[in-house]
Design a protein around this ligand. Sequence first.
Ligand code: ZN
Length: 221
Amino acid sequence: MRKLKEVFEQNRLWAERVRASDPSFFKKLSEQQNPEYLWIGCADSRVPANQIIDALPGEVFVHRNIANVVVHSDLNCLSVIQYAIDILKIKHIIVCGHYGCGGIKAAWEDKEHGLIDNWLRNIKDVQRFHQDELDNLTSEKEKIDRLCELNVIEQVVNVCQTTVVQGAWKSGQELAVHGWIYSIEDGILRDLNICITKSEEIPNTLEDGLCFTRYAAIKIG
Ligand code: ZN
């Protein structure tokens, strides 16, 4: 009960397998990390960043929370972004949501969930910004999937507006912020066609935000 023996056993077997394919893997990794990507994703256990992009340890710097939200008062997320940009000099920030996100569904529902409702408030704001578009969709699933996409787009904008990202662009640092969405149903990542590389590219209006691909609608037909 106290040791979770099987987890340690799995870890030992995994380390053995890695060493068997590359005997110096852990030694090289212990000397430095040099990831090119910062992944901001959902904490959902079915969306593990490294596995779904088939990346090895050391290849992606990761921050995950419920529904991949970037809030300007979240010191945890902001610190990750700053470290990734200032120290690791990563070139790409990926905000990755997923269809069927429990956090998005919970925000959509008019029910009380306790403490987490304070966090989900951020998603309810995204919903409010895009209520007209959501009202035009027919099924509940379609609305929630579209809200998953819109949440990614809004969080990309939030990343771009952080002082850290703004500062990096001002100083000429090469940095692109992307919005992607993952489907648990088929294991495939979709690009939401939002890629921002400078302040001037940040969408200013709701109309700008609406030009991004509606994968949910296409998927559901
Ligand atoms: Zn989720």
